[in-house]
Design a protein around this ligand. Sequence first.
Ligand code: OOG
Ligand code: NI
Length: 454
Amino acid sequence: MISADEVRTRFARAMSEMYRQEVPQYGALTDLVGRVNARVLHDDPVLKARLEAAGGLERLNIERHGAIRLGTAAELATMRRLFAVMGMAPVGYYDLSVAGIPVHSTAFRPIDEAALDRNPFRVFTSLLRLELIADTALRVEAERILAARRIFTPGVLDLIGRWEADGGLTAAQADLFVREALETFRWHRAATVDAATYRSLHDAHRLIADVVCFKGPHINHLTPRTLDIDAAQAEMPSCGMRAKDVIEGPPRRACPILLRQTSFAALEEQIVFRGDDDEGAAGCHTARFGEIEQRGMALTPKGRALYDRLLGVAREGGPDEGPYGARLERAFTQFPDTEDDLRAGELAYFRYDLAGAASLPPGLSADAPIGDLVRRGVVMATPITYEDFLPVSAAGIFRSNLGGGAGADYAAHADRAGFEAALGAEVLDECALYEALQARSIAATRQSLGEGHR
Ligand code: OOG
Ligand code: NI
C-alpha cells in the first residue's frame, strides 16, 4: 500500500505540472519565487538553520496551495472523499458572502505534523451559494445545468470506493488515482452553455458563470510559498505580471504572523460556447490567475482577535490618514513583534523542544511553567506555522481576479451548518489543531526532562 502522504505528493506534483502547461505564467512565478527564496536563505543563515532544523527546507520548494469552486452539495461531498485518499481533511469555515462573493469555503489540508512536514498541499474549496441568486428563473436554470454535469471520472469514483473499503491503494492504483483525479481539475475551453446563458449568469455574478458554465471545477491558481513576499511582489512586473496593488494580510514584520498574499490578475482566455451548429461562438473568460504567499506564525484566538481589530482599524481609516500600507503599518505597531512578547502575551502558538541535553538546573523542575524553562535555556520555543487562510484576504484575492465591482450586496449571513450538511462532515477547528500540537510538544518535553533527571 502507498501512504496517503505519498499519494498527495504525487498528486500535487502532477497538478503543478498540468497548471504549468495550462498557464505558463505560473511557471514564471514559481521560478521567481525560487530565486527570491534562494537569496533570502543565503542572506539569512539563522532563518535557514531554523527551517532546516524543523524539516521545513524540503517542504518549502514543493509547498503549494490551490483553489477550486464547486457547484453542488454532492460535488463537495465527493470532493471530501477524494481528498481523504490524500490525507487531506476540511479545516475551517470561511464565509465570503459578507464580502459580496456568493460562496462559502473550507480548506482541505493534511493535519498532523509529520504529514505537513512531508507536503502541506492544501486546496481552498468553495461552494457556490445558489440561494443568493435573487432571480428565481436564473437560479433554477443554474441548478439544472449543474445537476446534469459529472465532474468526477468513473475511474476515480471506483478508486475512492476501494480506498474506503481497503484503507489504502497499491502503487498501481495510486498512479491511476492521480491520473483520474487530475481530470476533475483540468481546464476546458468548451463551455457547456450557449453565449446567452453565459452572459446572464455572468451578469448575476462573474463567479457564478465560472462555476456553472464549465464541465468541471478547473484549478484556478496554484500558489508557491515565498520567504519574502515584498521582494517577490516588487519583481513581478519585470517578469511580465500585473501584480495586485496591495499585499493582503498583516504588514511586514520582524516576526511574521499568519499569512500575507498577493496575486497577478486573471488571464483572459478564449472559450467556445455551445451553439446550434458544431462550431459554437467564440468568447473569452477570465478565471485563472497566479498567487504567492508568505506564511508566518499561527495566532491564538486572543492574537487573532487583536489581528482582526487592527486590520479593521487600517481598513476603515480614510485616505486622509495616509495610504493603506501606511495605515496598516501604523495600526500594527500595537501588535507585539518579538517572539518573547508574543509568547508571554499568549498571542501565538509555539512548539517546545529540549534546547540541549535533558538536564535541569538546580531549583527547576520538569513541571515548572514552560516560560521559566525557556527563560532558563532548558527548552526552546519555535513558532508554529499558520497552515490556514484568512477570509478578508481571500475576499481580496477573489475580488482582484473578478475584475473590479464584483461586490454584490447580499443580505449576508454565514451558514456553517448548511456548508457542513453539504460536505457531509464537520469542518475541523484550526485553533484546536494548533493548541493540541503545542500541548503535545509541552508534554513530550516535560517527559524527557523528567526522565533525564531520574
Ligand atoms: C479562492 C480565493 C482565495 C486564498 O488564497 O485566500 C484563495 C478563489 O479565487 O477561488 O485562494
Ligand atoms: Ni489562494
